[in-house]
Design a protein around this ligand. Structure first.
Ligand code: FE2
Length: 437
C-alpha cells in the first residue's frame, strides 16, 4: 500500500522500540517494525520517542498572555494567590475587546502547536454581560480547528450564584455553542450555595447532554468538601464518566479518615481529576503566610491507586494568576512528578500519561492514539523515552497533524570549546556501559 508518510524507527511510550508508523489519508494505517512500503515522505525517528500529541485538560485561554495588561490597572496585586488573581482579572476583563482576546489566544495557540499540544480544554469566563471571552474563543475554536481541538467550558469565575446574572450568562454561553458546563462551588458565598450550585449545574449538563468540569475545592480549607456533593450528584443523575473535578487542593489538608471514605466515592462516581501542578504549588499550601508550608496539590498517588483517571493541566500561562508557563506539558508533568513525589519508572510513566492519553480520555477525544485507525497526530521528541522527555522537557523535533508536519524545531545541541572534550554535547545522556545505567 502506498503511504503518504512513514515515521521510521520510533520508540513508543509503552516501551516498544524501532517501530515504523505508516500514515495514509490522515490516519495511521500501520504500526510495526520494518514496514515494507513506499511513502511520499519519510521521517527518521530512530531512537526517538514518538508520542501521541500533548493534551491540556485545564486552561484559561481568555486570560492567557494578559499578564502585562494587568500592570496598567489602578490596584495591581501580583501576589500569585488565587483571590488577587481573580480581582485583577475582574478589573481587566471590563476593558477587553473580542478582537484583543482573539489575538492573544491565537498567539498562544501558535506556542501550543509548536510544543506539540493538539487539544486544549479551556474555561471561558461567563461572568460578563457582553460575553466577550465566549464570543472570542468560539471564533478561535473555529480558526484553530485544523491543528488544535479546542473544547470550551462555560465557567462562572465570580460564582454561579454570587455574581448577578451568571446563571443567565452561563446558559447563553451554552446556547452559543460552548461545550462543557463549569462551576466554582468553593467561591460561592456559603457552603450551602456551593452545594446548590453543584446540583443545579449538573442538572443543566444532564438536560443538555453535556460534559462537566468544575473548579472544585481549590482552596486550603480542609472543610471545603464540594467534591463529595459532586460525586453524589454525578451518581444521582447518571453522569458517571462525564464529570471532571479540577484542582481539589483542599484534599491535601483534609482529615485522613474522611479522605478514606471520599476517594472510594470519587472512584464509584467515575469522576476524573485534574490537578494543575504549576499553579497549585504556586498558589496553595501557603499556611496563611506562616510556616510550615505544605504542597498545594491534591493526593495524586492515592487517587491513581483507586483507579481514578488523572490529567495534569497547565491552567495558566502569563496571566493574572501565574507569571510563568510556556505551553510545555512536559514542564507540567515534571512539576507534577515532583509535587506528587512520583519518581519510580511506573509513576514517571503515569506522569507522562497525565499529559497525553489520560486528558485525551477526559476530553472524550475521538481517534486519539498511536494505533492503526487513529488520527495521524503525533510528536517526535528529542528523547528516547517518557522519563527522558520529562527530565529534559525535550525539544519537539516534529509535530504531525493528520499526517502533515505542522511544526519543526531543530535538535538542541550545544557546541563546546573546552580542552580534551568532544566539541558538541546534547543532554540526551546515554551511558555506553550498561553497568553505569
Ligand atoms: Fe483554572
Amino acid at each position: 500500500m502506498a503511504m503518504d508518510l512513514i515515521v521510521r524507527g520510533a520508540n513508543l511510550p509503552d516501551g516498544r522500540a524501532g517501530v515504523d508508523i505508516g500514515v495514509h489519508d490522515g490516519r495511521i494505517v500501520a504500526v510495526e517494525p520494518a514496514l515494507e512500503a513506499e511513502a511520499g515522505q519519510e521521517i527518521d525517528a530512530s531512537g526517538r520517542l514518538v508520542s501521541p500529541p500533548f493534551v491540556d485538560a485545564h486552561f484559561h485561554m481568555d486570560a492567557t498572555l494578559a499578564r502585562s495588561l494587568t500592570r496598567a490597572l489602578p490596584a495591581s496585586g501580583q501576589s500569585g494567590l488565587l483571590f488577587d488573581g481573580i480581582n485583577m482579572w475582574d478589573a481587566l476583563k471590563q476593558r477587553l475587546s473580542a478582537e484583543e482576546v482573539v489575538e492573544r489566544a491565537l498567539t498562544y495557540c501558535d506556542m501550543a502547536i509548536a510544543q506539540g499540544i493538539q487539544a486544549i480544554r479551556s474555561h471561558v469566563d461567563v461572568c460578563d454581560e457582553r460575553l466577550t471571552g465566549v464570543e472570542a474563543l468560539l471564533e478561535v475554536k473555529r480558526r484553530v480547528s485544523g491543528y488544535i481541538d479546542l473544547q470550551l467550558i462555560a465557567f462562572p469565575q465570580m460564582g454561579y450564584y454570587r455574581y448577578a446574572g451568571a446563571q443567565q450568562h452561563l446558559k447563553r454561553a451554552l446556547d452559543m455553542g460552548v461545550d462543557v458546563v463549569g462551576g466554582i462551588p468553593h467561591f460561592e458565598r456559603t457552603m450551602a450555595d456551593g452545594t446548590a450550585s453543584v446540583s443545579e449545574l449538573l442538572e443543566i449538563a444532564a438536560e443538555r447532554g453535556l460534559l462537566v468540569d468544575m473548579h472544585c475545592d481549590e482552596t486550603d480549607d480542609p472543610l471545603s468538601r464540594h467534591i463529595e456533593t459532586l460525586s453524589r450528584e454525578t451518581l444521582r443523575l447518571g453522569l458517571q464518566g462525564r464529570v471532571a473535578a479540577s484542582h481539589l487542593t483542599s484534599m491535601h489538608v483534609m482529615d485522613n479518615y474522611y479522605v478514606s471514605k471520599l476517594i472510594p466515592l470519587i472512584a464509584e462516581s467515575e469522576i476524573d481529576v485534574i490537578p494543575n501542578p504549576l499553579t497549585n504549588i504556586a498558589a496553595w499550601g501557603d499556611n496563611n503566610g506562616s510556616y510550615p508550608k505544605w504542597r498545594g496539590m491534591t493526593r495524586v498517588p492515592e487517587l491513581r491507586e483507586a483507579g481514578i483517571t488523572l490529567a495534569f493541566g497547565q491552567d495558566c500561562v502569563m496571566d493574572p494568576w501565574y507569571v510563568y508557563g510556556s505551553a510545555d506539558m512536559l514542564e507540567v508533568a515534571h512539576m507534577g512528578s515532583h509535587v506528587a513525589a512520583m519518581f519510580s519508572d511506573d509513576q514517571v510513566r503515569a506522569c507522562f500519561d497525565a499529559v497525553t492519553v489520560n486528558p485525551a480520555r477526559i476530553l472524550h477525544l475521538e481517534g486519539y492514539g498511536l494505533e492503526p485507525g487513529c488520527h495521524a497526530d503525533m510528536v517526535v521528541l528529542q528523547a528516547a523515552d517518557p522519563l527522558e522527555a520529562i527530565r529534559l522537557k525535550a525539544t519537539r523535533l516534529a509535530v504531525i497533524r493528520r499526517g502533515e508536519v505542522v511544526a519543526r524545531t531543530p535538535a538542541a545541541v550545544t557546541e563546546l570549546s573546552v580542552p580534551g572534550r568532544p566539541n558538541s554535547v546534547a543532554l540526551t545522556y546515554r551511558p555506553a556501559d550498561p553497568d553505569n545505567a
